[in-house]
Design a protein around this ligand. Structure first.
Ligand code: SF4
Ligand code: SF4
Ligand code: SF4
Length: 335
């Protein structure tokens, strides 16, 4: 779909996309707000509602996300080469069933930890995925311009332009994007000397949002713990809910502001500490199980981040052009 028609389509459809949240929380005025133009979307993840789908083999949100995105999961070309000049590569293709962390085959997961609050142990389940930042570090610092922020605010990686250098993961405060080697345009350019695969993450079900539908994880949740709607309404909803329960919000200021607002009765500092403790006990140092560092800043607001983004911008244009030309040549060879 061309960019312009896509935007027009979005304008017509976001109003309908908000309906699910309205039913759950009795929100009003959404159609008017959404109908006035392109509206950035957002979500609330209410940890007082989520029970981690206890008793189920796979949480409903995770199962729904996997089903919805199954035909976009990577199929690596064998043999998978190491990243030149390193002697390693990341391959999740033999572990596609892993649901306990983010992987290229699992774009959302639920971290359940025990937190001690005022001497009482409490279990909390936290669904995790991309936060869809307002000013996405991953996008600004991608050297290949492979990441797009849609008018709906959802942030999507285009694997057709991604070289898998994992810069996006390095600069994301939560290390969200995950890498699979043996896929992507680097295979058509110089697979022995360039690239490392492609990166994968939640795209906010932008196709569904633009079609006026509810993202798969939210639609599947039996407890109404995930709600999508216009971002400012979601912010207001999160604030209201936090006030009602005397609780806290995460995602409103982190990384300079995101489109995902977690609400919890338990302070996020304690949740973050519990996640880190559990990972340390399990000696789990691999990416894919993000903590919840409160108040984490946006690298683009620092002089280093700003300088990096300015350096990367011209390189990104050239790299994207080279990758595009290689894909066109490959198509010609294949024809
Ligand atoms: S968000 Fe909903 S579907 Fe996902 S684990 Fe929590 S209760 Fe289950
Ligand atoms: S959470 Fe990370 S991957 Fe997602 S938009 Fe923000 S910086 Fe990018
Ligand atoms: S919004 Fe879509 S892609 Fe993202 S976690 Fe939910 S189902 Fe998966």
């Amino acid at each position: 779909m061309a960019a312009l028609s896509r935007r027009s389509f979005l304008r017509r459809s976001v109003a309908a996309g908000a309906v699910g949240a309205g039913i759950l929380y009795g929100l009003t005025g959404r159609a008017e707000a959404a109908g006035s133009g392109t509206v950035p979307m957002g979500s609330v993840i209410d940890l007082t509602r989520c029970d981690g789908c206890k008793g189920e083999a796979v949480p409903a949100c995770v199962a729904a996300c996997r089903t919805k995105n199954a035909d976009r999961f990577p199929e690596p070309v064998q043999p998978i080469l190491d990243y030149w000049p390193q002697k390693k590569h990341e391959d999740w293709s033999q572990q596609r069933d892993v649901i306990t962390r983010l992987t290229p085959y699992n774009w959302t997961y639920v971290e359940t930890v025990t937190v001690e609050v005022d001497g009482v142990a409490q279990e909390v389940s936290v669904p995790r995925r991309c936060m869809h930042c307002e000013n996405p570090t991953c996008m600004s610092l991608c050297p290949f311009s492979a990441i797009e922020q849609h008018a709906s605010g959802m942030v999507e990686i285009h694997q057709s332009a991604c070289m898998g250098g994992a810069k996006c993961r390095d600069v994301c405060p939560w290390g969200i994007p995950q890498r699979q080697a043996g896929v992507g345009p680097y295979l058509d350019i110089a697979p022995q000397y360039l690239g490392g695969g492609a990166m994968f993450k939640c795209d906010g079900c932008v196709d569904l949002l633009e079609a006026g539908e509810t993202p798969a994880c939210a639609a599947a949740c039996p407890r109404g713990a995930i709600t999508f709607g216009p971002r400012e309404e979601m912010r207001a909803l999160a604030r209201r809910r936090a006030e009602e329960i005397g609780g806290y919000i995460y995602g409103e200021t982190e990384n300079g502001g995101t489109s995902t607002f977690y609400v919890s009765k338990i302070p996020f500092e304690l949740i973050d500490a519990a996640i880190r403790k559990r990972k340390a006990e399990e000696s789990d140092t691999r990416p894919g199980r993000p903590g919840m560092p409160v108040g984490v800043g946006n690298m683009l607001d620092t002089p280093t981040g700003l300088a990096l983004s300015m350096l990367i911008a011209p390189v990104a244009g050239v790299a994207a052009a080279v990758a595009g030309a290689a894909r066109v040549m490959k198509k010609g060879d294949d024809a």
